[in-house]
Design a protein around this ligand. Structure first.
Ligand code: SAH
Length: 363
């Protein structure tokens, strides 16, 4: 069976031809606006078309396997089960007037950044575009069916997930074709209707992927995980730096953003005590990014389980922020949400699998 969520609007038009285009719209609306899992059963569609889809397609192969709601901030972590049994995570983050979903792009990750837990899993497999979209549709359906969660945060009945960040498990640009296909569907006005600017793709610095993505979707928001600015230090934390040294990535971005008025790159900098938190390192950020419009988020490292690394003391984090601020950078400290439900950055490892593995060996 094929996945309906994998199909773009123009492909759907080709599949449905010679039936009139109005049926294509009906199918798309029913799947993406009404959350139907059998959009081909919508009244008014020609029987032949309905039968063809019923025989060949399913709409959404994924399901919410487990959900945890943070008592602190209302963050919801979903464990999503895919058709082959693989588990991934997405995190729903309520903010003041909007709801953001953090999605996964791969099962595991090949990048092996030394401080990241997903990195330790290695890459299990790529997600399909349909599986990326399924995370969004499952989260939107969840929001719709949880009025008490919305009311508690003062959200009106029509507010839903309007922002997406590709900051869950995986390196999205190691899965760039599926990523691009998912963006195409997610931004379809008669479908999910996202605005490209409200989708942020976060990368460890995959230069080929950045070029590929920005050529196809120049308006998508880009987030770059920096964490260190000189090659020796950065390559130790992030092996991808050996393939694409950070200066090359930043040079390309400077060129790209030079005539993109009012756009900026989000820089993520995870602060690790004694590793990347000195004044000299803050100055390195200022020097490297000169000439690139950026906003910087500094995130204290989250430590999960045994780790060679430690998060920073609040005072040293504040000193680091202050230094950047005084150099004229737009900088914010971001604390990970959902700390009590293991939803924080770098914690998106599938605990469930770990628990099962430990109980299987009698621990
Ligand atoms: N591969 C992509 C997106 C996934 S990670 C990327 O590297 O950007 C999303 C963000 O969480 C990245 O900035 C990553 O460096 C950060 N992160 C990973 N582990 C973390 C941890 N333990 N504490 C804080 N941030 C972490």
């Amino acid at each position: 069976m094929k996945d309906f969520f994998d199909v773009t609007l123009s492909e759907l038009e080709a599949i449905c031809s010679p039936f009139p285009a109005q049926h294509v719209k009906t199918l798309f609306r029913s799947a993406y606006k009404d959350y139907s899992r059998e959009p081909w059963l919508t009244p008014g569609l020609p029987r032949e078309l309905s039968q063809k889809f019923a025989a060949e397609y399913i709409c959404n192969r994924a399901e919410i396997y487990q959900e945890s709601v943070s008592r602190y901030d209302g963050t919801v972590k979903f464990l999503v089960r895919l058709e082959d049994g693989a588990l991934i995570e997405s995190v729903l983050m309520p903010e003041k007037h909007r709801i953001t979903l953090c999605v996964s792009s791969q099962v595991g990750c090949a990048q092996a950044c030394s401080f990241c837990h997903t990195g330790r899993m290695g890459l299990k497999r790529q997600l399909t575009a349909g599986e990326i979209i399924a995370q969004v549709m499952l989260a939107r359906a969840w929001v719709r069916s949880h009025p008490e969660w919305r009311e508690e945060r003062g959200f009106g009945p029509r507010l839903t997930v309007g922002n997406i960040v590709f900051m869950g498990m995986g390196e999205p640009l190691d899965n760039v074709e599926a990523l691009k296909r998912s963006l195409q569907v997610l931004c379809e006005p008669i479908g999910p209707g996202f605005s490209l600017r409200k989708i942020s793709v976060s990368t460890a610095g995959h230069l080929d992927g950045i070029k590929n993505l920005l050529e196809a979707f120049p308006k998508v928001s880009l987030a770059l995980s920096l964490h260190a600015t000189n090659n020796r230090e950065r390559s130790q934390l992030m092996p991808i730096n050996r393939r694409w040294p950070i200066a090359e990535v930043v040079d390309y971005l400077k060129e790209f953003y030079k005539d993109q008025d009012d756009r900026s790159v989000l820089i993520q900098y995870t602060v690790i005590a004694g590793v990347n938190d000195t004044e000299a390192q803050a100055q390195g950020i200022v020097d490297l990014l000169k000439g690139l419009p950026v906003k910087i988020n500094i995130i204290p490292l989250n430590v999960v389980g045994p780790s060679q690394f430690k998060g920073p003391e609040p005072e040293s984090l504040e000193r680091f922020r202050q230094y950047l601020y005084e150099c004229g950078m737009r900088v914010m400290v971001r604390y990970s949400k959902g700390q009590d439900i293991d939803a924080a950055c770098g914690q998106l490892v599938v605990q469930h699998e770990k628990q099962q593995a430990t109980s299987a060996i009698g621990l």
